[in-house]
Design a binder for this molecule. Structure first.
Ligand code: SAM
Length: 242
């Protein structure tokens, strides 16, 4: 096991969540060769800990996607200082997951498989669905998918969507206010019935009056209203915290 060599760098996830993340890599029945993360933030949370676990396995590579330019550059500087011994296992990717994942997969070639994925990007619940749909066909049986904020707005559609699909088993670890989803792929494809059930459940969630209102209200009006609210309240509203 390698240790973070500097003062801890900024990162999210509590200690138990970090432990579950690294345990999923260290004790995986098939050691992950390729891992993907969406939303590295400053690197000291999921990214450094996934890298630490890959390094202790002595195998595997992590690609980490981050959409904010300033955060992306700081994350690279942070990881250079904090996990220098594991840095050869890391490739940062700049941009929004919805665009980065398709071009990244195209570069990897047709036989490429993703053994481990961790989703922790934006708060729009459709993003985790899009990311999952892009990654699922490239994940083999036994692959592990984890996602943060499973109890909040970010994960509020992926959790029930995945629960409907019979080619994955999934559970939400209720170990934080945010919640951590852990899922394992158990078959190559879903049955038609379960896929139909998942699509129907997603449509129902997308058609909820609050979601329709959010989708059709012009962005500027939403921003204006949010700016009128106290900062703490507007933040917890956008995260979906109670
Ligand atoms: C909650 S933070 C991630 C925390 C990080 N995983 C950790 O453990 O410290 C979410 C990050 O995702 C980034 N982000 C938001 N939407 C994204 C997207 N569609 N693709 C890639 N990154 C995204 C944000 O800029 C932010 O840095």
């Amino acid at each position: 096991m390698i240790a973070l060599v500097q003062d801890p760098i900024a990162g999210q996830l509590n200690a138990t969540e970090r432990e579950l993340l690294t345990a999923a890599i260290r004790s995986a029945p098939r050691q992950p060769k390729a891992a993907l993360e969406v939303g590295t933030w400053l690197g000291g949370g999921s990214t450094a800990h996934i890298l630490e676990a890959l390094q202790s396995n002595g195998a595997g590579h992590l690609w980490g996607i981050e959409a904010d330019r300033a955060i992306y550059e700081q994350m690279i500087r942070n990881l250079e200082k904090a996990v220098p011994l594991a840095l050869h296992r890391f490739t940062p990717l700049f941009g929004f997951s919805q665009r980065v994942i398709p071009s990244w997969l195209a570069q990897q070639g047709s036989g490429f498989e993703i053994d481990f994925a961790f989703l922790d990007g934006g708060n729009n619940p459709m993003e985790q669905i899009i990311e999952f749909r892009l990654l699922d066909p490239r994940m083999p049986i036994g692959a592990v998918l984890m996602a943060h904020d499973a109890k909040l707005r970010k994960g509020k559609w992926l959790v029930p969507y995945l629960a409907c699909l019979d080619h994955w088993t999934s559970e939400v670890h209720d170990i934080s206010e945010e919640g951590l989803l852990r899922a394992r792929k158990i078959a190559a494809h879903p049955s038609k019935k379960s896929l139909h059930r998942a699509r129907r459940a997603l449509l129902k969630m997308r058609c909820a009056p609050i979601e329709v209102a959010a989708a059709i209200t012009p962005r500027l009006i939403c921003l204006f209203v949010f700016n009128l609210l106290p900062r703490r309240f507007s933040r917890s509203l956008s995260d979906g915290r109670k």
